[in-house]
Design a protein around this ligand. Structure first.
Ligand code: PLP
Length: 390
């Protein structure tokens, strides 16, 4: 491994060379089942033909011009995103953190428009919003912030899935301009809130005239069994951020706005050299067309149910399993003991998984995972968990 790469990641000793659907092959031609999708990025699986073709066609024509000019594929992608999300308009970025930066800037602009001097955003314990200075300040994880103080100001933190705490913050702090929250916390441990949590937040945001901002970077693009997770609740947020699976591996993020957040940015307020460039937008458009022309999103709901039911059955007598939970194909298996070691054991058994918060096995398989692969996932991982907890 090159010593010239900054050691920001504790990497596993494997190099993948190619993939197909939920399969990956390493440089020794060993095959692996991918139950992580590059952390919820390759929702359509690896080497998806529609994405491949879109990239090839676009790169033969034009990779980049500039946001100084009109970009046809960006406009088409915006139309499609608006149609699928029910939002009003969009700013394109290159990553999730950048999409959240745009959201945070929208919240501040909104606050100032209401005469608030220090617009403040309510954020959650155990949240994850990215690694830039503003987004790590919004993130509810001291390890991510440590060493990078001073943090960006303008955030107050409350426990996740606690409506009363949000209400108290809104009553006590007249500077609140927005609430930023994940519909399901991914990095935080696959934490699924009460089914009416988002509805209650929507109602509070209306009552107190603050922006409801959802970080759907991990939950979006079909992952939870709806195109966007807020669509389970029949509400529309004011701001919604996307990235990860939007380009199925081609870097692209988006900050969507609606209603009172829709027209906050004006010319010169925000920008990006690469954001919304022709290549990334062509890939993302292929992703969205593939999702809307198939029943893959519905399959995410069904497959999530199947996988969890199968794990429940296999592990029902294991007293070390605290909880198996999921929303669509966002799956958490919580143990009563640290289990990060399982990642290496699974890799040796040809399976890619993740452990977050030390004790939660996180599975984010591609939406295209098939019946045989589901069986293999459940068999392999159940056996490893049984051995590990013995
Ligand atoms: C991954 C993630 C981010 C950060 O996205 P990057 O593209 O890595 O900047 C932000 N929020 C959530 C919920 C995420 O899962």
């Amino acid at each position: 491994m090159s010593s010239h790469i900054m050691p920001t990641y504790a990497r596993l000793a494997v190099t993948f060379e190619r993939g197909e659907g939920a399969w990956l092959w390493d440089d020794k031609n060993q095959r692996y089942l991918d139950a992580l999708s590059g952390i919820a990025v390759c929702n359509l699986g690896h080497a998806h033909s529609a994405v491949h073709e879109a990239i090839c066609q676009q790169s033969a024509k034009l990779l980049h011009t500039s946001n100084l000019y009109q970009i046809a594929s960006q406009e088409k992608l915006a139309d499609k995103l608006i149609q699928m999300s029910g939002m009003t308009n969009v700013f394109f970025s290159n990553s999730g953190a950048e999409a959240n930066e745009a959201a945070i800037k929208l919240a501040r602009k909104f606050g100032h428009s209401k005469g608030i001097d220090i617009p403040t955003i309510i954020v959650m314990d155990k949240s994850f919003h990215g690694r830039t200075l503003a987004t790590l300040s919004a993130t509810g994880n001291a390890k991510i912030q440590q060493g990078f103080e001073p943090l960006v100001e303008g955030f107050v933190r409350v426990p996740y899935n606690d409506i009363a705490a949000i209400k108290t913050a809104l009553v006590e702090n007249k500077s609140i301009a927005a609430i930023l929250v994940e519909p399901v916390q991914g990095e935080g441990g696959v934490n699924i809130p009460a089914s009416d949590y988002l509805n209650q937040i929507r109602a509070l945001c209306d009552e107190y005239d603050v922006l409801m901002m959802l970080d759907e970077i991990q939950t979006g693009i079909g992952r939870t069994g709806k195109f966007l997770a807020f669509q389970h609740n029949g509400i529309v947020p004011d701001v919604c951020t996307l990235a990860k699976a939007l380009g199925n591996g081609v870097p692209i993020g988006a900050c969507l706005a609606h209603g009172k957040a829709a027209d906050l940015f004006t010319a010169g307020n925000h920008g990006s050299t690469f954001g919304g460039n022709p290549l990334a937008c062509s890939a993302a458009l292929a992703v969205l067309n593939t999702l809307s022309d198939s029943d893959l999103i519905a399959q995410a709901a069904e497959k999530g149910d199947q996988i969890c039911a199968a794990f429940q059955e296999k592990l029902q007598t294991n007293s070390h399993i605290l909880n198996i939970r999921h929303l669509g194909l966002m799956i958490g298996i919580e143990l009563d003991t640290p289990c990060t070691e399982l990642v290496g054991k699974a890799l040796n058994a040809g399976l890619l998984i993740n452990v977050t918060q030390d004790k939660v096995i996180r599975l984010l398989p591609p939406l295209v995972i098939d019946v045989d692969q589901i069986t293999q996932l459940v068999e392999t991982l159940s056996t490893l968990i049984q051995e590990y907890t013995q």
